[in-house]
Design a protein around this ligand. Structure first.
Ligand code: PHE
Length: 466
């Protein structure tokens, strides 16, 4: 087993270390915070079906391409293209570094909310659920929690990715899974839960539009940490003899599985509390869950609620670490800056860029009503704008470019050769054939068309369809 501990880049001890870290990157706020409100805003079951289709049919091949490229070249998201002999394609990596940095800027703010809520739950302040608007409008608290969060992220990335966090995640991630499973079981016993389950699982196909498909696609990429080079960077730590296909499948299943369970839990709680149809948005879990914890009981509810948000914060931490790792390894490799210095500078700049996201929740009007999309009723705030731009638009765009690059520039057979190290059957297997087909035709066509149509209509008011 390749052992890449050395160097200033940090590394993982072995394939299990890689799978854990990549799953740690994938599982985070995207599954538990973002997925439920996207489903709620995107019309329920139909969104879930589209999301699953994107994950399995398009994201899986793109994920393989990213990891293979990282393993082959042993480089960061930008350097990988040059190392592979195609320097001209390095701008894909620059886009990746940019998307990762933008995502981290607002992700850190939401992680701060989770941390703040852990405190509120332990203190038994369940009513904070009804005062979410006030909570996020209080920038003093938000500043404190998100500063703390970024600080810990920086500290871990500075020390290198292996080590403490790898060990901690072996205990804490399964604990989170266990807690969500228990909460899901409890939620299903609540009155009215079945209505929620129906909304979540029975698709209403009239909800399928380009707009919702765009949301589902962005969610799939965001949740899998795809399209922004995290897996190129992490892939560079996978050993040559490791079976990439099984590693990728495990990461995908873990991520989709946790999102799916979290959704089941959330929609049961939403409907049993009569909170459906209130347009949850980014506050959904923060308004719904405190009431659910309260219903468990004054003491047990506090403990469970507190631990839930602690574990959620930890899941967010394994994701912020991967988000920061992308721009940092780029700066370290390409500009020969010392790792420690790079981490602090990059982390600080990204933190500053997150401040408008923090202030856009009622504190400063300019950031609260930041842009008005064409044809939309209300303006969206700074955070939602960055989220639309970076996660819903740049990530699928990045995925599209990686697919085109792998299929047509790097070439299918070279990619196959790389995957076959550690999995000699790949090329002849159905999965191998499908993967190449998807990278050549399906991914460019579908990712490309949805991205273009929606960018034009949402940001420019040009409606190609409908
Ligand atoms: N996948 C992470 C989550 O679901 C977020 C993330 C996106 C992390 C992109 C890295 C890259 O929370």
């Amino acid at each position: 087993m390749a052992n890449i501990q050395e160097s200033s880049r940090g590394g993982f001890s072995n394939k299990l270390g890689f799978v854990l870290a990549a799953a740690g990157s994938a599982v985070g706020l995207g599954n538990i915070w973002k997925f439920p409100f996207e489903v709620s805003d995107g019309g329920g079951g139909a969104f879930v079906v589209m999301y699953l289709a994107f994950c399995f049919m398009l994201c899986f091949p793109v994920m393989m391409a990213e990891i293979a490229l990282g393993r082959k070249t042993n480089k960061n998201a930008v350097g990988a293209f040059a190392e592979n002999g195609h320097k001209k394609w390095a701008p894909i990596g620059i886009l990746a570094v940019l998307s990762g940095s933008l995502i981290l800027s607002f992700y850190n703010v939401v992680a701060g909310w989770a941390l703040g809520y852990a405190w509120e739950m332990f203190s038994g302040n369940f009513s904070v659920g009804q005062h979410f608007g006030e909570f996020v409008g209080n920038w003093h608290i938000n500043m404190a929690t998100s500063t703390a969060f970024m600080f810990v992220t920086i500290f871990i990335v500075a020390k290198g990715v292996s080590g403490g966090i790898e060990k901690a995640s072996k205990i804490l991630m399964p604990s989170l899974l266990f807690l969500i499973l228990a909460l899901m079981t409890y939620s299903l016993t609540q009155e009215g839960a079945m209505e929620g389950v129906k909304f979540y699982l029975i698709p209403d196909f009239s909800e399928i539009t380009f707009e919702t498909a765009y949301g589902a696609m962005g969610q799939a990429f965001f949740s899998l940490s795809l399209g922004m080079g995290a897996l190129i960077t992490y892939g560079s730590y996978v050993g040559k003899r490791d079976n990439m296909v099984s590693a990728t499948s495990m990461i995908l299943l873990a991520d989709v599985g946790i999102a799916f369970i979290a959704g089941l839990m959330m929609f049961s709680f939403i409907f049993s509390q009569g909170l459906q149809g209130q347009g949850g948005g980014a506050g959904l879990i923060f308004t719904v869950l405190p009431g659910a914890f309260e219903s468990i009981g004054p003491v047990l509810g506090r403990i469970i609620g507190g631990f839930f948000f602690v574990l959620l914060s930890f899941a967010a931490l394994t994701s912020t670490v991967s988000l920061l790792e992308v721009p940092v390894s780029y700066v370290v490799d390409e500009f020969e800056v010392r790792r420690n210095r790079a981490v602090w500078i990059v982390g600080f700049v990204i933190f500053l860029f997150g401040v408008p996201s923090m202030l856009g929740n009622g504190t400063v009007d300019f950031f609260t009503n930041f842009v008005h999309y064409h044809g939309a009723e209300k303006a969206v705030n700074f955070m939602d704008f960055i989220e639309d731009l970076a996660s819903d638009t740049f990530l699928p765009l990045g995925g599209f470019l990686v697919a085109v690059y792998t299929a047509y520039v790097w070439r299918g057979d070279k990619f196959k050769e790389e995957v076959e190290k550690g999995n000699p059957e790949f090329g002849n297997s159905l999965m191998g054939k499908y993967t190449i087909f998807a990278l050549k035709f399906l991914a460019p066509l579908i990712l490309g068309s949805i991205t273009i149509v929606t960018i034009l209509s949402k940001f420019f008011g040009i409606h190609l369809i409908g």
